[in-house]
Ligand binder design. Structure first.
Ligand code: ZN
Length: 135
């Protein structure tokens, strides 16, 4: 049996994010005072220190801000290498680290991507991204 993936530590700040993934929703936060979006989850806005932070649905679309190809990995990831780990900048302006799935030759900085909810094992669904066909 393959090694299970490490599981996230779900706390009060991040629980809506993880619950959203199980429902096919990519949830981020938005500050009701300065109206900027926030990721990773937290209870105080990092821009203006307001505590009026609410959960909203993200579009699931963005661009590759940066990426790397992992050729050597450990534990449950070893048999999946090589794979692409990227920082994706969502349309809402927040950045998240994830994986890019699909053909590696399509991966490049600034390429448009959209979220793909990917079940990695019995307990965990993660928001990976795929490159959008342009044109
Ligand atoms: Zn704010």
């Amino acid at each position: 049996m393959p090694n299970p993936w490490p599981k996230p530590e779900v706390d009060g700040d991040s629980r809506p994010f993880w619950e959203g993934l199980n429902q096919g929703e990519l949830r981020i936060q938005r500050c009701e005072d300065c109206e900027r979006h926030i990721f990773y989850p937290r209870s105080i806005c990092p821009h203006c220190f307001s505590d009026r932070v609410r959960w909203v649905l993200a579009s699931g679309r963005g661009r590759i801000y940066s990426y790397t190809v992992v050729h050597r990995a450990q534990g449950p990831f070893a048999e999946e290498a090589p794979y692409v780990v990227a920082i994706v900048e969502l349309e809402e302006g927040v950045r998240m680290m994830s994986r890019i799935v699909g053909p590696r030759e399509e991966v490049a900085v600034e390429k448009p991507v959209r979220v793909v909810f990917t079940r990695v094992d019995d307990e965990l669904i993660l928001p990976f991204f795929e490159v959008l066909k342009e044109g």
